[in-house]
Write a protein that binds this ligand. Structure first.
Ligand code: HEC
Length: 194
């Protein structure tokens, strides 16, 4: 949408204005104050020792090459950032049918887009199972192991995996409380008058 303002003309209830209203609402759907955010703002106790270790692992392994702060999604580029997935072969590729879909190629028809997927944000990722484009991976633990193997060619130790998962839980923010507006009752015809 080019202009964010509602345009009041002859027909204020238009498709464009409805889209603007939805967009304005969606911009309020942010989940701030995750333990990571508070930690990054200087509250050293906001993340546990294990979560800080997990962030270090996440960085050292190179996950931040694609999942970058502050959203832990792809680097900001017009149109989004896409990466080939899976990059390396391994047992997970067959187990989770990771090469069955053609990725962005299906939308653009460009050979260079084959098996490319948008690098998703990892904010609130602990709440959004199942994982990946085909939803074939049921748990976060397994998703982290798949990513390490498929993108970095690394088999994580149990401790590494547990630390990274603990860190990813620190990306769960506070959800907005939504109070629904109540239309005024019409006397004599509304079911409830209060
Ligand atoms: C080369 C880029 C790249 C690197 C490096 C990378 N990822 Fe990803 N990551 C992606 C892409 C692309 C997807 C989406 C794949 C899909 O939808 O099938 C993704 C998806 C994920 C998901 C699932 C998100 C969801 O909502 O389904 C998790 C969890 C994740 N990555 C964690 C990691 C971890 C942990 C590391 C480091 C071990 C890592 N990633 C390294 C590109 C990358």
């Amino acid at each position: 949408m080019s202009a964010a303002r509602i345009e009041l003309g002859k027909e204020p209830v238009s498709i464009d204005n409805a889209a603007r209203a939805v967009a304005a609402f969606e911009r309020t759907l942010i989940t701030p104050n995750s333990p990571y955010d508070r930690w990054a703002q200087g509250d050293a106790g906001a993340m546990t020792v294990q979560q800080v270790r997990g962030l270090q692992q996440f960085d050292q392994l190179g996950c931040t090459g694609c999942h970058q702060e502050p959203l832990f999604g792809g680097p900001r580029k017009p149109g989004g950032h896409f990466a080939v997935f899976p990059f390396h072969d391994g047992d997970f590729v067959d187990q989770y049918r990771l090469r069955e879909d053609s990725g962005r190629f299906a939308a653009t028809g460009r050979e260079s887009d084959r098996h490319k997927y948008k690098v998703p944000t990892l904010r609130n990722v602990a709440l959004t199972a199942p994982y990946f484009h085909n939803g074939a991976v049921p748990t976060l633990e397994q998703a982290v192991r798949v990513m390490a193997a498929a993108q970095m060619n690394v088999a994580l130790t149990d401790t590494q995996a547990a630390d990274i998962i603990a860190f990813l839980h620190a990306l769960t923010g506070e959800f907005p409380a939504i109070t629904l507006p109540r239309l005024p009752p019409t006397l004599g015809s509304s079911l409830r008058v209060d």
